[in-house]
Design a protein around this ligand. Structure first.
Ligand SMILES: *[C@@H]1O[C@H](CO)[C@@H](O)[C@H](O)[C@H]1NC(C)=O
Ligand SMILES: *[C@@H]1O[C@H](CO)[C@@H](O)[C@H](O)[C@H]1NC(C)=O
Ligand SMILES: *[C@@H]1O[C@H](CO)[C@@H](O)[C@H](O)[C@H]1NC(C)=O
Ligand SMILES: *[C@@H]1O[C@H](CO)[C@@H](O)[C@H](O)[C@H]1NC(C)=O
Length: 374
């Protein structure tokens, strides 16, 4: 009873604090100073993430939140090129996040075969110097092209990262080839691609195969995301009206210049190891690990670049990667991951070079394509 009362008091304090609170979720020493200030921060976090917790659950989760807040604050005092944040996982333990958002890629981490294949095709690689220094497909492109990247999507508790990653890549090449940026259906892949396992995991190459064999993919508007499998495919077998097609897909040889070359031409799917506290709670900057090379997550590289510190020794090369955890995660839904990491030249950081691929789409008659860099 006393406890409940204290809690209500805390909530009242929290309410008044929220209204005047700073808009950012940066953690300050003041936030960590007392139970009251921590609770106020938690309330602010709940509000900003549209999270409603049952009161019993809320006290339990508050304890998790406190621990996370302290850990993150401590981490962020360090001299590391990225920050952690109380993102959408702020009041969840690592184990919980791992259970709910864990492995969504079913790629076997034994990548030797793939690496071997990569070596054989390295003759086609052009020199690093011939590539643009920076690429960002989110921007409007050459000669008034639209962006090639739709808004960041939110997979929720469905382990469909593979489908989101594949769709982002298809949206990209479709925009590049047709000058029409259209959001496409992740849900169709979850429901209809029997080579993959819906919300239980899959891989983007399988998704490309499905889209090729099916003869295209519906738009998001036609077949919207619901966050779980329907249990059956809701697309008629022959349906050529609204579908966006691709003509094939290619694997990127596992080396950095090959991935840069591919990304300079279009958004590219990568698989990597996202199973770490640092990745889950990433809140901005250039991610440098720690991470292994177990390929449990798939995302889409939409560009690359270099930070612009005055001191050129401090500059860092990075990949710009679209995730599918909504805009509250990372840098508005994106992560920048260190590129040009010598110690792991073969795999790339977190294994990012091991298993990259992209859809191929040819020009269609009637589409006036004056694209320079394909
Ligand atoms: C909520 O989070 C967003 C994105 O991090 C931020 O822009 C906004 O100001 C925050 N609002 C509050 C009330 O904390
Ligand atoms: C993530 O790592 C933990 C601990 O290393 C392990 O127990 C778990 O199985 C891993 N999860 C995935 C999805 O690989
Ligand atoms: C873009 O493509 C979508 C899907 O094929 C189509 O519905 C829409 O009309 C197109 N928009 C334009 C401007 O051509
Ligand atoms: C394609 O567009 C370019 C520039 O907009 C124009 O110069 C060219 O004539 C067009 N070609 C065709 C076949 O319409």
């Amino acid at each position: 009873m006393a406890r409940a009362l204290a809690m209500m008091l805390l909530m009242a304090i929290a309410l008044t604090t929220t209204m005047s609170a700073a808009s950012t979720m940066d953690i300050t020493d003041k936030d960590l100073a007392s139970e009251e200030s921590l609770w106020a921060m938690y309330e602010r976090w709940c509000e900003n993430h549209s999270v409603e917790r049952e009161i019993g659950d809320k006290t339990r989760r508050f304890n998790v939140f406190k621990e996370n807040a302290r850990m993150i604050h401590e981490f962020n005092q360090q001299d590391v090129p990225y920050k952690l944040s109380l993102n959408l996982f702020g009041d969840m333990t690592d184990e919980e996040v791992e259970r709910t958002y864990g492995r969504c890629s079913n790629i076997r981490s034994n990548s030797r075969k793939r690496r071997h294949q990569g070596r054989l095709t390295q003759g086609s690689i052009i020199a690093r110097e011939d590539l643009p220094a920076a690429v960002d497909w989110r921007m409007m492109g050459y000669d008034q092209r639209p962006s090639a990247v739709t808004n960041v999507k939110r997979q929720g508790t469905c382990g469909g990262c593979w489908a989101f990653a594949a769709i982002a890549a298809v949206e990209g090449i479709n925009s590049i080839k047709t000058r029409n940026l259209t959001s496409l259906s992740v849900q169709q892949l979850l429901d209809c691609d029997k080579g993959n396992e819906g919300c239980r995991g899959g891989n983007a190459e399988g998704a490309f195969k499905y889209i090729i064999h099916h003869g295209g993919i519906e738009t998001e508007a036609e077949y919207p995301y619901v966050g779980h499998e329907h249990g059956r495919c809701l697309v008629p077998k022959q349906d050529q009206n609204t579908v966006v097609t691709i003509d094939g897909y290619k694997q990127v040889p596992p080396n950095e210049v090959a991935l840069m070359q591919a990304v300079a031409a279009q958004p590219v799917v990568v698989a990597l190891d996202a199973n770490s506290t640092a990745f889950r709670r990433y809140g901005g900057g250039v991610f440098v690990g720690p991470c292994g090379t177990d390929l449990n997550h798939e995302m889409t590289v939409v560009g690359y670049g270099t930070t612009n510190e005055q001191d050129s020794k401090k500059r860092m090369d990075y990949w710009i990667i679209k995730n599918s955890l909504g805009p509250e995660w990372g840098e508005n839904g994106y992560i920048r991951i260190a590129r040009d990491v010598n110690s792991q030249a073969e795999d790339g950081l977190c294994g990012i070079l091991i298993y990259a691929s992209y859809p191929v789409k040819f020009k269609r008659k009637g589409v006036n394509d004056t694209m320079k860099i394909v």
